[in-house]
Design a protein around this ligand. Sequence first.
Ligand code: SF4
Ligand code: SF4
Length: 370
Amino acid sequence: MGGKALAIPRKIAPRVPELMDLAFGPISGKPVMAYYYVTYKCNARCVFCNIPDGPMDVLPVSQYTPTQTSIEHFDILKELGVRLIDFTGGEPLLRKDIATLLRAAKERGFRTQMTTNCTLYPRRAEELRGLVDILNFSLCSPGPEPHNSLRQDNSYDYVIQSLDLARKLGEHYQIIFVLTDDNADLLPGMIELCRQKQCILKVQPEWEYFGNDGVAVQHLDKARAVAREKNVYVNWAELRVFQQGGNRIENRACRASNAVIAISPDGYILYPCYHKIAQRIKFDRNIITFFETERWREMQDKAGKFKFCQDCSNLCYIHPSFYYKVDKNFVLSGLSDLRYTMERRRIEKERARSVAAERETSVIAGEPAG
Ligand code: SF4
Ligand code: SF4
């Protein structure tokens, strides 16, 4: 889940820290969130993703950080003030030690986030139980098509199976839906599916980055139209940045390296971001003092202002950046995220009640509890 537009969901996403998390970064002037790349490998071949062709930062697997070193990285992240670790890739579930890493992060008090294409989730769900605070399942359509065609596999059934399994296990799951020209009309069906599966639909506009065109601006109105509906999360500030044509280097929306840092599978900070790597900086204990230097402050100041940053709409970095400057995006994003938090809580309560009721009915009927 690490490449082009739909990698977005993974990287995206995501990307919805709790409001409290977001408040801490700007106060301390340090990144509140880390994209921790556990692998660049993926078992899917999504047409909108660069990972199958070779990611931005190609590495042999033999150079990947061993488990213990990753755990030491988490200790460093803790000292840096990071609060949320997004375990990303590639497909994170291809890492055999992913549960160990997630557990180590949880033990250190981080909130954890992970996005998966779901092909391996049913097999590993028990092992991951309780370890992920935001579990993102990527889905491109309410039915098998165009999801399977876009992903060039048969993962639709795995996504549905994963939703049911995560619900039964009491996990905190949501669907990431990348809004494209091909699926913008499928939004009502996606909302219906999320209501059935008792989760949030996070609508993420497809950005132009890897040779794809990005979603046409007129489709953003379809996202805006459903933004207040139940089970839907649309970030109004994200739509605004899209409509303005992306990041502007003279007045940056993106504060990568300020709000969020990306760490490669071999343990380097990817500066300013995974998508445009100007520099790789070894991530070890020296980074704690380096982050206090004028040099790092200058680098933070440059992020989002490089020539290549003009028109960039990479929401993985732009969304957390909204909280680092008080302006209209700050307010719009704050309102959207507050709404998201409340809606998520509502759904989780509703889900817990209905799962408990189903269990009770099964017991009365003498069926094995799920
Ligand atoms: S599942 Fe794999 S190929 Fe598809 S978007 Fe994610 S990283 Fe890319
Ligand atoms: S604006 Fe620049 S730093 Fe930010 S995500 Fe885009 S390329 Fe990376």
